[in-house]
Design a protein around this ligand. Structure first.
Ligand SMILES: *Cc1c(COP(=O)(O)O)cnc(C)c1O
Length: 490
């Protein structure tokens, strides 16, 4: 599989790159992204062949069909990390919640959110490419709460990779912060910033673009990379579980092979939904992909009106913070697929310059042929959490947004897969509030209260956080980040 660029080629970047190259340098010409030059068609034959395959066997065959330049032994090692999930024989359980509605649980990995699905194997792949090239990489990550813990867990003690993770001090939940500041490995550094997520993110972008910072790293023989969600090394692992979830419905006799379904995805940066789109493009029988958002509803407006409009927008803090995003980076890959490189470049430059672009009516209709969208506010979300709980299913606030979108967008009598992206333990104060009305609980109190109410144990890796020693206690002003990183590297 070769990769080309969403905004065309500038004559400086290579016009086509391999999978490893797209992983190591994820930014293409004109600030664009890499996308597969072509995708194989899987057809019903592939699905039938894997009807009774384990997750890992399905994944291995899919990656083989895609033809990436990673050695089979490395792929095996990467996929073996799914053995650390709650049930190694089925890392992604699919649970029937209502008559036509099934939930695919993507959070059974070590950090209890869906970021593990891609970052766990990605850590092995990136480290192996770095070792093969004899290069040392510094991975910078900025997190609002889920990416940081997942990135630290996957890169911990891996060769040729060091990680610096920036988080807004006071801007994450207790569980998320503890998952980071209790990480103890010599190749990991966690830095709290006085400021919010945008401050952490913009500090990171500044460093990634800084020639002097890169030159300083060069003198230490270190290259800079990023593990953010536009990296295709993450996207590729997010195609697999959509196919797995479809096959689960067939196995559970919910659908017949070939029957169309809806995919209902809680979306921020659009990586999860993009994986579903690529699976559909390769032949997965999908009627439509439903995009669920919170009050930061830029994707709902894009799909329903054709306008990407941030002119009056500021990020609104919500109870589903992993989706508090205005610039949804992977939408660019959809624009490319539908409208080509010239138009994508034009639209993305408009967005950067004017914070606005408008698709034509034809273009909007094309988009609506594949996607539907709706958004769910915090109090509606709590209503869905309570309603599902009363009928026996506990879910987190991100998953809850999908229930609103389902009510609005699943218009045909087809089965729907809702993707659940976080365990209840990661956003417990909001859930406790939804279930019992208690307000402003801290994480440990909310965890205990939900555990008692729902008669569910708190998983060891969450409970253990509250007694683990804190090893990462750096909290600084954003002006001091560069100095702090260089101190860590020397
Ligand atoms: C990252 C994340 C999302 C958003 O996923 P995208 O791929 O960025 O659209 C949704 N829910 C949770 C819990 C997440 O951590």
């Amino acid at each position: 599989m070769k990769f080309i660029e969403t905004r065309g080629n500038d004559g400086v970047h290579p016009g086509e790159v391999t999978f490893s190259e797209a992983i190591l340098s994820p930014i293409a010409s004109f600030g664009g992204l890499y996308i597969p030059k072509e995708l194989p068609s899987l057809g019903e034959e592939f699905l039938t062949k894997h009807l009774n395959s384990s997750y890992k066997v399905l994944a291995k065959d899919l990656l083989t069909v895609l033809g990436i330049d990673i050695e089979p032994l490395v792929i095996d090692e990467a996929l073996s990390l799914y053995d650390k999930f709650d049930d190694p024989s089925n890392p992604v359980p699919v649970v029937k919640v209502r008559d036509d509605l099934y939930v695919s649980e993507l959070y059974h990995g070590p950090t209890r959110a869906f970021k593990d699905m891609a970052l766990q194997p990605f850590g092995v792949v990136l480290s192996s490419i770095a070792q093969k090239r004899g290069d040392e990489y510094l991975i910078l990550a900025a997190t609002s709460g889920d990416t940081g813990p997942a990135a630290l867990d996957t890169f911990k003690n891996r060769a040729n990779v060091r990680v610096v993770c920036l988080y807004p001090d006071g801007g994450t939940s207790d569980v998320q912060r503890l998952q980071m500041v209790t990480e103890d490995a010599s190749n990991l550094k966690v830095i709290g910033i006085h400021g919010d997520f945008d401050d952490a993110q913009s500090a990171l972008k500044k460093l990634l673009g800084s020639a002097t910072f890169k030159a300083t790293l060069k003198t230490k023989n270190i290259s800079l990379s990023a593990a953010n969600s536009v990296n295709f090394g993450r996207i590729i692992f997010q195609i697999i579980y959509h196919i797995h979830s479809y096959l689960e419905l067939v196995r559970q006799n919910a659908i017949l092979m070939g029957e169309k379904i809806y995919l209902d995805v809680p979306s921020g940066n659009f990586g999860n939904a993009l994986g579903g789109y690529y699976a559909t493009k390769m032949g997965l029988p999908v009627e439509k992909i439903i995009i669920a958002s919170n009050e930061n509803n830029v994707l709902t407006r894009l799909i329903n009106t054709g306008h990407y409009d941030l002119r009056n927008d500021k990020v609104i803090p919500t109870t589903s913070p992993a989706m508090d995003i205005l610039i949804s980076s992977n939408v660019e890959r959809i624009l490319f697929d539908f409208f080509g490189a010239v138009r994508t470049k034009e639209l993305m430059q408009k967005l950067e310059n004017d914070r606005f672009y408008a698709l034509s009516d034809d273009e909007t209709m094309k988009l609506q042929g594949m996607f539907s969208a709706d958004y769910c506010n915090g109090s509606e979300g709590k209503g869905y959490i309570k309603e599902a709980y009363d009928s026996g299913y506990l879910m987190d606030p991100h998953t809850a947004t999908c229930f609103k979108a389902y009510d609005c967008c699943a218009t045909k009598p087809l089965k729907t897969i809702v993707y659940s992206t976080a365990e209840w333990t990661k956003f417990s104060p909001t859930i406790a509030n939804a279930l019992t009305g208690e307000k402003d609980a801290n994480d440990i109190d909310a965890l205990q209260s939900i555990s008692a109410t729902a008669k569910l144990p708190i998983p060891e890796m969450i409970k253990g956080l509250f007694t683990k020693p804190i090893t990462q206690d750096t909290v600084i002003d954003k002006e001091d980040i560069e100095v702090e990183i260089l101190k860590f590297l020397s």
